[in-house]
Design a binder for this molecule. Structure first.
Ligand code: HEM
Length: 137
């Protein structure tokens, strides 16, 4: 029962994390970072996306470690290690973006490399899902 509850939280965190990650990608596809017609709206959306991403990746790591210890002791194999590598990239990226964003907002907006970080983040998330399925099935 506990395992099922933790896995449900794990997959719900994945749903929210995917919404935040792909939301940023769709904003990029819609227009460039500083030329959307409603900067207040897009800045508010980006803030919701980054805080959601932070909550989601922390929940994925906490439930992930508990799930692994409960059923496997610890995981092994290429797919599990590759998944953890992607989850580590995401934790570092989301932590960095949340740490730097308030300062960037005060200094006129994020640097031009930030959209590329969002693309790396989205790729890491999608790869983590694929590796998760191969790791546990
Ligand atoms: C970006 C981060 C992560 C994503 C996208 C992700 C995705 C997933 C997905 C899609 C599943 C369901 C797999 C299936 O049942 O076929 C899953 C299950 C699981 N994940 Fe994660 N996960 C992430 C982080 C982690 C971390 C950091 C750990 C461990 C430290 C972890 C450990 C597990 C475990 C143990 C299961 C349950 C496997 C089972 O049912 O036996 N996950 N994860």
């Amino acid at each position: 029962m506990i395992f099922a509850i933790l896995k449900a939280v794990h997959l719900l965190a994945l749903a929210f994390g995917a919404a935040a990650s792909l939301g940023n990608i769709y904003l990029l596809l819609a227009r460039g970072p500083h030329d959307l017609p409603a900067p207040a709206l897009t800045n508010a959306l980006r803030k919701w996306y980054r805080l959601t991403a932070l909550g989601a990746i922390l929940a994925l790591w906490i439930t992930g470690v508990l799930l692994t210890v409960m059923r496997y002791g610890w995981g092994s194999g290429f797919a599990f290690e590759a998944k953890l590598a992607m989850a580590t990239v995401l934790l570092a990226l989301i932590g960095f973006l949340n740490w730097m964003s308030p300062g960037w907002a005060r200094r006129g907006g994020p640097p031009s490399y930030v959209p590329k970080l969002h693309m790396v983040g989205a790729a890491a998330l999608l790869l983590a899902i694929v590796f998760a399925v191969f790791a546990f099935n």
